[in-house]
Design a protein around this ligand. Sequence first.
Ligand code: AHN
Ligand code: ZN
Length: 328
Amino acid sequence: MIFNYKCLKYYLFISLISCNLNRDQDTIKNNQNSIMIPAFNQDSAYKNISDQVNFGPRVPGSEEHYKCKNYISKKLSNYCDTLILQDFEAVTFDNKILNSTNIIGSFSPNKAKRILLCAHWDTRPFADQDSINKNKPIIGANDGASGVGVLIEIARQFSILKPKIGVDIIFFDVEDYGQPDDSDLPRVDNSYCLGSQYWSNNPHKRNYFAKYGILLDMVGGEKAVFTQELASVEFAPKVLSKVWLTGIQLGFNDYFSFEKTGLIVDDHLYINNLSKGRVPTINIIEHDKKTKSKFYKHWHTHNDNIENIDRQTLKVVGQTLLHVIYNE
Ligand code: AHN
Ligand code: ZN
C-alpha cells in the first residue's frame, strides 16, 4: 500500500498495539508483522442507526419493515462481495405467518477460513416492558438498529481494506416477535429468534462452517457494560476471551467486564445449538445489574429511542471487533 497522508488519516498504525494484543498468542509473528487496522467511525455507525429509526418501527410484515429491508440490503451490497436475501415464512406464537428475510453479505465468499458477524434487524411489535402504550411497537434504536448500525460501518471498512479472512455478516429477521410474559395464549417455546432458527436449520451455504461467530445485541446504550453471558462462556470460551482481552487492551475496561452472567435466549443460542459446533458464537449484549430484567434499562419500552444511543459505546464495540478481525 502506498502510504500517504490520506491513508494516515484513515488508519490507525498499530504495530505497537498489535504486539501487545498478541503477546500471548504469537509473539514472533507479531514482532515481525505490523498490521493496519481501520479506525471505526462512530458517527457513521450512528447515522446508520438514525436512518433505520427514521423508517419507524420495523415490525415484520409492515411497510416500514419492507422499506428498511431495502435500505439495509442496498447499504450492505455497496460494501460486500455477494449479497443473499434469504426469504422464509415465520410462524409466530400468535399464529401469524410473516414474510421474513435474513440479509446476508459475504466478503471473500470462497475463503475457507471465515468468521460470522450478526445482529437482528427487526423490532419488537409491543412495548410489554413499558407502563404505557404496551401494545404499540417500539422504535428499537438499541434493540435492533444498534447492532446493524455497527456492522454496516464494519462492512464499509472492509470495502476500503479487505481483511485476510472471509467474513459473513448476517442480519437476522424476526428475532423479537417473542411471546410476552403476560400473554394469555398458551406458552409457545422458542418464540424468539425465528430468523436465526431458520438460518441455523437452512444455512445459506451447504455445510457452512465458520471459525467463530459474534452476535451484537443492544450495543448502543450509554456506559453499557458487557458481561460474559453463560451460553457464550459454554459454547465459545476462547472467542469470548479473545474479544474481551482485545477490548481491555484497547483501554475499554469500563465496558468489558469479566463477570459471568446468566444464559440469554438470543440468536447465538440457536446458532450454537443447531449448528452443532460449526460456528461457536458469543453474544455481546449489555448487562445492567440495576434493572430487574438485567437488560438495557429501556429494553422493550418506548424510551429505546435515538436519544439514548451513545456514540462512544458504538466506538468501543466497533473498534474492538475491527482489532479482532484484522488480527486473524
Ligand atoms: C428474551 O427476552 C427471551 N431474550 C432476549 C433476546 C432479545 C430480545 N434481545 C433483544 N430483544
Ligand atoms: Zn428485544
